[in-house]
Write a protein that binds this ligand. Structure first.
Ligand code: 3NM
Length: 517
């Protein structure tokens, strides 16, 4: 049976807010886009369970949505349900299969690859992978799966037609992250998301369901494309200039949560490029800020306001606003590594920008070592492969800056060779590059609104990243040649001047970019 698993609602009468009945909530959820419903009654007597199942069936039939019954085969048979859902300790799959008519589907909860393999062998039609995130809806004694491990578990479904949903703590804020985390090496991904509280506990179940459904639909429509496809060195030169035109014309809002060392400098660089900076850090204002189109930079150089970083990223994902993550010094301490993982589990980055040590640390490579926040190593033997592999693993664009910069969308790799050595003699030049990338990503996501590329952001984020890196690099070359520049002290204001004077034509002409694959 080919059901649509996109938005799988599990019922729970205990979660209903005061004043909303079970039937009202269910009907609103179905109107909002729920595609399949499971009745889950852990404490009801048989008679009460049957009554609830019958009422649910009537409403589901009205919306032509299939009905699954949790655990109870007898209830499923009695109401003519479309399927049964089993836990690992419920009736064995093989036994349930024998008791049920062939057209009744069976789903089973799994948390490991081994459980998935057993489910496949036993003839399951779908699996529910969980528990993904902490949830107060169900007492869970097993370790959380986390979004970045879903893909590995899901890989056990390769070469099968068994469907999958994820469950446990899934909300509209982490829906995009969950879906992206599920993509396997072979390109498989979740068929849908299963939720209780995000819909059932809501006072507006229709809106709650619609938000989730939109995230799943965007994801399914264009899962893995980050860039527009085929590039040549010539086409990139033109695109980079055009991107600067967009920055100047649209002046996007660039929301930056950055470190205390560079805040003023980064805000000035944003203005110089032609955009508007806002340096807000309080979690309470993130939902409102995410609704304003533009870019979001998350730079965790001084690791304050982690809560704000999590909220900002989650709301940005929900609003298709590009997130540029600058994991400053991530290789320097295990604490930073842990926090970077926490952030990358909380939201899906659109671009990760770092120096070789930072990119090495995120790639779990020891080839380039970290010293403080500066990269001490000379670089990777094969930098193109490093950025491509990380872009593929994190499903985002990766920009690695250094004497030569490397950018990949997981498919293409571009090599950039601009920049002056004085950049290495002022603090925060790497952070300024992150700001510039966020500015260009923000501009292109607004300019190319109709070019739907991926669920994370509209616009060509590969081009935006190249443009962001090269704008600072080209401006630094021009600034360093000015007669008034005597050293690092005079270089910094000259750099800000040259960023503001940079024209699309000069950027296109001077950018030293090459597509290497
Ligand atoms: N099963 P919420 S977690 C019913 O891990 C259920 O198998 C889980 O509720 C599992 O969406 C869970 O409110 C509760 O977190 C899901």
């Amino acid at each position: 049976m080919d059901f649509d698993y996109s938005l799988y609602l599990v019922t729970n009468r205990d979660c209903l807010p005061d004043g909303i009945t079970y039937e009202e909530s269910l009907e609103q959820a179905l109107k909002g886009g729920v595609t399949i419903v499971q009745v889950r009654e852990k404490s009801a007597d048989t008679g009460e369970f049957l009554e609830i199942a019958r009422a649910t069936k009537r409403i589901c039939d009205k919306y032509n949505v299939p009905l699954i019954i949790d655990d109870r085969i007898d209830i499923a048979l009695a109401v003519g349900a479309d399927g049964v859902h089993l836990g690992q300790t419920d009736m064995p799959l093989e036994v349930a299969r024998k008791l049920l008519p062939a057209n009744v589907i069976i789903g089973i909860s799994c948390r490991t690859s081994e459980e998935v393999k057993r489910a496949v062998a036993g003839g399951a039609d779908y699996i529910g992978i969980g528990t993904i995130y902490a949830t107060s809806t169900k007492v869970v004694k097993t370790p959380l799966v986390g979004p970045r491990n879903i893909g590995e578990i899901l890989a056990a479904l390769d070469d099968t037609s068994v469907k999958s949903v994820a469950i446990g703590g899934i909300k509209s804020t982490n829906a995009v992250r969950t879906l992206f985390g599920s993509i396997t090496a072979s390109g498989k991904s979740l068929d849908g998301l299963a939720v209780i509280s995000d819909i059932v506990a809501s006072r507006e179940p229709l809106i709650a369901a619609k938000r989730l459904k939109d995230s799943v639909s965007h994801f399914k429509a264009s899962r893995t494309r980050f860039s527009l496809g085929d590039y040549t060195t010539e086409s990139l030169k033109g695109s980079v200039g055009k991107a600067l035109k967009y920055v100047r014309q649209l002046s996007p809002l660039v929301h930056q949560i950055t470190n205390t060392v560079v805040t003023t400098q980064s805000a000035n660089a944003t203005i110089a490029l032609g955009a508007s900076p806002i340096m807000a850090t309080s979690p309470e204002e993130m939902e409102d800020l995410a609704k304003i189109p533009g870019g979001l930079l998350i730079n965790f150089g001084t690791l304050t306001s982690l809560e704000g970083m999590i909220a900002a990223g989650q709301y940005a994902n929900q609003n298709k606003k590009p997130i540029i993550f600058d994991p400053v010094g991530v290789g320097a301490t295990s604490f930073r590594k842990l926090k970077a993982a926490e952030l990358l589990n909380a939201w899906q980055a659109t671009v990760i920008k770092g120096n070789p040590a930072e990119i090495g640390a995120l790639s779990n490579s020891s080839e380039v070592q970290s010293k403080g926040v500066d990269s001490a190593g000379s670089g990777f033997a094969d930098p193109a492969s490093v950025v491509r592999a990380l872009a593929l693993r994190e499903r985002c664009v990766v920009g690695m800056t250094g004497e030569v910069d490397w950018v990949s969308d997981g498919k293409h790799v571009a090599r950039l060779a601009n920049g002056h050595s004085l950049l290495g003699h002022i603090t925060g030049s790497g952070c300024m590059v992150g700001t510039s990338v966020a500015t260009f990503c923000g501009a292109l996501s607004v300019a190319e609104k109709k070019v739907s590329l991926n669920p994370l952001a509209d616009g060509d984020m590969f081009v935006a990243t190249i443009a962001g890196i090269s704008a600072v690099a080209v401006a630094s070359e021009i600034a360093a040649l000015r007669p008034d520049v005597q050293g690092p002290g005079t270089f910094l204001p000259a750099l800000i001047d040259e960023l503001s004077k940079l024209t699309p034509e000069v950027l296109s002409e001077k950018v030293n970019v090459e597509i290497v694959s």
